[in-house]
Design a protein around this ligand. Structure first.
Ligand code: GLY
Ligand code: MN
Ligand code: MN
Length: 453
């Protein structure tokens, strides 16, 4: 596989960032525990769930709090225990099992930061934890068998509010994980575009993406969105068409990757040749770059969202899709017909990461701008936040019909809509690191490293 970028640390260098990451998590945990008046934290990795009356488990999704502490994403029934002033401890569950390959403790320097014990059955972890857990906060998916262990609280709100709020600021180790998650996804995106242009079906494009990024479905941070033509108007299109002999006018792909539990979330849209749609994609690309370039510490992300509406209003107006200028299109609510989702969200251990609306570490919510119910991030940006910037423009029958019915339709050039509807829509999405200066665009950097110009 192609080498990934000259400017990234080698694997040993990412390991060198890990001790400071764990030290920061210890500081954050100490503050969270103090706020909740707890003495210690136990974070449970989780357990697979099973399909109804079946012995098939759903894919295991590890507790994000657990994979925050260490690079383990595939091991159920493990615990991280931390009490301020002591080294964190890992109880690693490795059952004696000849039906499955038991989880393997990943090699690496990260192990030096933990006292590690291996247990053969989940209950054995109890012996390794403090005898008295009355002042310990448990964080994770609760299991009835833990009842007699005597935890002081299960997922206490004060502790979670702290941990979630602080999680928006990434450590240098986390940023490096996210650079790599973008690099992996970029390889998949290039292969997917080539497969589309070579005549592959949606399903085959999906396989090409997985092969080139080295991910099976369970490894993906979210289900790939791979849509040709009108499918691109379905925001979370989940179907994968097997037929190749479809019109193939346009191609929207929203697909990411994970590295050590950290996600990338990337969208690109391609025109198969129609110049009007290609010009619209180019216009979206230009406005997306400008919005991403404007990510800065101190900016209210709600303003980024409202700026996106004005920019998309300008594009709609210039393209002759609406009859009014940008300001009028925003004021009349017409941009929301074409751009009905938020401009982006926090990204990290979860694709839609927690605490996007949180007002502080102790609670409260920052409201969304009126009329924008789907915005997932309303905070003022800080250095170390990683956000997506994902403007879109779609021809969605449901929303177009509503606009026609409520009077907004008079601002719309219906001829243009009819002409462009078969292309579905456009979304362009990058992952961007906020700093006090120019932002770092993880996505554009990853694509540039694959094809240096
Ligand atoms: N892939 C989901 C999103 O962009 O938010
Ligand atoms: Mn996104
Ligand atoms: Mn996405």
């Amino acid at each position: 596989s192609p080498a990934v970028s000259g400017c990234q640390p080698m694997p040993d260098q990412i390991d060198s960032l890990f001790p400071a990451h764990v030290a920061e998590l210890q500081r954050r945990a100490a503050a969270a525990l103090e706020a909740g008046e707890f003495a210690a934290l136990v974070v449970y990795s989780g357990r697979p769930r099973y399909a109804f009356q079946d012995d098939r488990p759903y894919p295991f999704a590890v507790n994000p709090h657990f994979k925050h502490w260490l690079p383990i994403t595939d091991a159920p029934d493990c615990f991280v225990a931390y009490a301020p002033g002591h080294r964190p401890r890992l109880c690693f569950h490795q059952p004696a099992d000849y039906w499955h390959r038991p989880p393997v403790l990943p090699e690496g320097d990260w192990q030096r930061e933990f006292d590690i014990s291996i247990v053969r059955e989940p209950g054995a972890a109890r012996e390794l934890l403090s005898t008295d857990l009355r002042s310990t906060a448990f964080v994770g998916e609760w299991q009835p068998e833990f009842e007699p262990w005597g935890f002081g609280a299960v997922n206490p709100a004060t502790v979670l509010a702290h941990l979630h709020f602080q999680r928006a600021v990434k450590t240098p180790y986390e940023l490096e994980c996210m650079r790599r998650a973008s690099a992996i996804a970029a390889r998949g995106h290039v292969a997917a575009r080539d497969a589309f242009l070579a005549g592959a079906s949606e399903f085959e494009v999906h396989l090409a993406y997985c092969a080139a990024s080295g991910q099976r479905e369970n490894d993906l941070p979210y289900g790939n969105i791979i849509a040709f033509d009108a499918g691109a108007a379905v925001l979370h299109y989940q179907h994968l068409e097997h037929r190749r002999d479809v019109p193939r006018r346009s191609f929207l792909i929203d697909a990411g990757a994970q590295f050590r539990g950290y996600a990338s979330d990337i969208t690109r849209t391609w025109s198969a040749g129609d110049p009007e749609f290609a010009a619209l994609v180019a216009g979206m690309d230009a406005l997306q770059r400008a919005l991403a370039g404007g990510i800065r510490a101190g900016r209210d992300y709600r303003d980024v969202h409202l700026d996106a509406h004005r920019a998309i209003g300008g594009l709609l107006s210039d393209a002759g899709i609406v009859r009014c200028d940008a300001e009028a299109a925003v004021a009349a609510g017409v941009t929301s017909v074409f751009f009905p989702h938020g401009i982006g969200h926090l990204l990290g251990l979860q694709v839609h990461d927690v605490a996007g609306l949180a007002a502080s570490a102790t609670g409260g919510e920052i409201p969304r701008p009126p009329g924008h119910p789907f915005l997932r991030l309303t905070r003022v940006l800080e250095p170390g936040f990683v956000v997506t910037v994902e403007p879109g423009l779609y021809f969605i029958d449901l929303l177009l019909e509503a606009a026609r019915a409520d009077g907004r339709g008079r601002h719309i050039h219906w001829d243009a809509v009819e002409r462009l509807k078969p292309f579905g829509g456009i979304r362009i999405e990058d992952d961007v690191v906020c700093t006090t200066d120019a932002p770092e665009n993880l996505t554009r950097d990853a694509f540039a490293a694959l094809s240096p110009s």
